[in-house]
Ligand binder design. Sequence first.
Ligand code: CP
Length: 330
Amino acid sequence: MAMATEVGLQQSIAIPETWGHRHLLGLEHLTADEITLILDYADRLQAATEYGRRKLDLLKGKTVANLFFENSTRTRNSFSLAAKRLGADTVEFSSSGSSVSKGETLIDTAKTIEAMMVDAVVVRHSSPGTPHLLARSLDCSVINAGDGPHEHPTQGLLDILTIRQNRGSLRGLTVALVGDIAHSRTARSNIWGLLKLGAHVIVCGPATLVSKNWEKLGVEVAYDLDKILPRCDALNLLRIQFERQAIRPFPSVHEYTLLYAMNQERLRRSKPEIMIMAPGPINRGVELTPEVADGPQSVILDQVTNGIAIRMATLWLLLGRSHPILPFLC
Ligand code: CP
């Protein structure tokens, strides 16, 4: 994509009146047009910032706080970089090492951070609904960076952006989400977004991790990866979340890999242009072999790069309208 000029950029990223959201809590309640808008803005801001080589001051004077009550490498750092690439300041909060260990509650913690005059909090927490609770309790914008197994909207968006950048459109593509569907917030956000943009979605894994009930969402449920493989345009290999499982849902990791790990032999039986995706982190040798993870079909690191673009677009859409320089952009 050609680099936008300052004037062209300012015209192209004016926020349409139809975007009316203060928070991004999930993809379930966004329309196809709203999802497409975020993807379009991500493409434009990725080009305008030249993949990080150029900083913009679109959010100068704004402050974004990362509130992470669970560990993260990709989401946290890319929100931080996204904010900085648009000129915003950031506050970094981790529950470990904080006053949470002294008994401070979630709401008191969030209100304390908000009182430092932040404009948005990005929250990750193990309890589903935490971002929704904060959205009701705070005046600033709230962005869900993963709430337990519920949703991880920016992950869903960056996965979809990666497919769209490779294939041009989602319509008519078959995308399989493989692995630990039961515990996956990424699966839910992908399902909502992919279905709305016209993809056919298959969820595939052991019956202990993939309930037939998923069909009610409009997806195909499959238990045999080898049967669905020749139909798939993209495979998103979801991590087995051992830390969220009270009981191991399959007899052994070895058995899981025999049935569901993406390896060179399975790759040979796939469409030649199949996209191999993983939200990360990956358990190498469990969901996919190192040869496949690092091979030519893999777009795993593109997903990471696109995470910054999606998070810039999200921050701009949520915070840009109230920005004092906005009148000069329209
Ligand atoms: N995909 C994802 O959410 O990764 P992190 O846990 O590293 O943020």
